[in-house]
Ligand binder design. Structure first.
Ligand code: SAH
Length: 229
């Protein structure tokens, strides 16, 4: 079973949105597991200190390597096969392909940064894979960890109802998804495209593919193979 361990200063934020709807049902039904661990529990002084000022000066605070390493070792001993991930704006951008890889694996140990970030030595010593959810800076790794887990957990077999509803989604075939419509037939003078109510499945599939290509070309040409740009 896919098992996620989160190391955070705010364990009370979890499961949060991951506890709602189909992901929450999957969690209750034991299709996946989630534990949030309070980093502060691994502090050694009476003030329960987890951070210190940056070496070399500058603003903010840095999470201490010794405390974070103890927390990682407590939730994931050396032989734990799960990837160890640090949410980080400097990381490799999260992709649907990486989400699929993670969903097929045993789970993940996810460290949520806070303040200015994490001491570099613990990233190296515990081989943390840095993953970013986009080119902007959040205040902490918790929401980023939720984004990562939401993308991954919905791919676990049984979590979403209809398995094949995923195959045509944005990114699954390298393209953005075609526009979707549902009843009523007429909305504020706008009609559902006639092809979609024609009953001709071949024509519908071709129309959707053309729409996907056109949307991707207009909004995300970087996703198209180099030769067709
Ligand atoms: N000083 C750091 C930013 C720290 S933000 C820098 O410039 O790189 C505090 C924490 O929020 C980070 O340690 C990370 O865990 C999380 N975070 C911020 N932006 C993120 C992003 N785009 N993706 C993933 N995690 C992010």
């Amino acid at each position: 079973m896919f098992s996620a361990d989160i190391i955070t200063l705010f364990p009370e934020l979890f499961p949060g949105p991951l506890g709602a709807s189909v992901l929450g049902r999957g969690l209750n039904d034991g299709l996946w597991a989630l534990q949030a661990t309070q980093l502060r529990d691994f502090a050694t002084d009476r003030h329960r200190t987890v951070d210190d000022t940056p070496s070399g000066g500058g603003a903010g605070m840095v999470l201490k390597p010794d405390i974070l390493a103890k927390a990682i070792d407590a939730v994931a001993p050396d032989d734990d096969p799960r990837p160890r991930i640090l949410m980080s704006p400097r990381g490799t951008p999260l992709t649907q392909a990486r989400a699929h890889e993670l969903a097929a694996g045993p789970g993940a140990v996810i460290v949520c940064g806070r303040f200015e970030g994490v001491d570099q030595r613990v990233i190296e010593a515990r081989k943390l894979e840095e993953i970013s959810i986009g080119d902007y800076v959040l205040a902490g790794g918790e929401v980023a960890a939720m984004v990562l887990l939401e993308a991954v957990v919905r791919l676990i077999p049984g979590v979403l109802g209809a398995l094949d509803s995923r195959d045509e989604e944005s990114f699954e075939n390298g393209l953005l998804e075609y526009p979707q419509y549902t009843r009523p037939q007429s909305f504020e003078g706008r009609e559902i495209p006639a092809v979609l109510t024609s009953g001709d499945h071949g024509k519908i599939a071709r129309w959707r593919h053309e729409q996907s290509l056109a949307l991707t070309g207009a909004r995300r040409p970087d996703l198209l193979p180099a030769k067709s740009r």
